[in-house]
Design a protein around this ligand. Structure first.
Ligand code: HEC
Length: 160
């Protein structure tokens, strides 16, 4: 191969690599904007909260951070962003209620309903409530969801 050809090949190589890196960065940037869920929890609360969540069967029914037990098909609400809808106190009381359906009525079969977590240690319920309250959703997504739900349910254009 002539030196000139080598140089051209090297140049093509560099252009390709730069292109790939740029497209990766681009995808990543877009991805970040597309995920409307985040947590404000740090350190201990984030780690312990997720630990308690994982050890109490929550993921058998709920999805959080896109994780859900795929073998179960319980139509439970998704918990991403729940802290934008419920306060820490509400969440603590709900987990501690001997009958969660007295707080939030259910139309599901008994075996699908939210169980009482009054039997787990009080400290665990506190951390879990604190962690759940830290799960937020960005405003634009909430607005968009409200808008599309409204339009789906009423067939009318959402009033601005
Ligand atoms: C057997 C299935 C099941 C399990 C296990 C379960 N849940 Fe639930 N959960 C539900 C259902 C279903 C609802 C909706 C209310 C109802 O139908 O009882 C619910 C409701 C909730 C809500 C209220 C959501 C809202 O819209 O306000 C929170 C918070 C919640 N669950 C958290 C948890 C946590 C945390 C755990 C684990 C410690 C857990 N759940 C375990 C089924 C479950």
């Amino acid at each position: 191969m002539k030196r000139g050809e080598k140089a051209v090949l090297a140049l093509i190589g560099v252009v390709l690599v730069v292109g790939v890196i740029r497209s990766m960065l681009h995808v990543e940037g877009k991805h970040d904007r597309d995920i409307p869920f985040y947590t404000t929890a740090t350190g201990d609360v984030a780690i312990k909260g997720m630990d308690i969540y994982n050890h109490n069967g929550c993921k058998e029914c709920h999805s959080l951070w896109t994780m859900k037990d795929i073998l179960e098909s319980v139509p439970a609400p998704m918990l991403d962003g729940i802290g934008s809808l419920r306060s820490e106190t509400w969440l603590y009381d709900y987990l501690s209620s001997p009958n969660p359906q007295a707080v939030l009525p259910s139309r599901l079969k008994r075996e699908y309903r939210m169980p009482s977590y009054l039997s787990i240690p009080e400290g665990d319920r506190h951390i879990l409530a604190q962690y759940l309250a830290s799960l937020k959703v960005k405003d634009w997504y909430l607005d968009q969801t409200k808008k599309s739900e409204y339009e789906k349910l009423t067939g009318k254009v959402y009033p601005q």
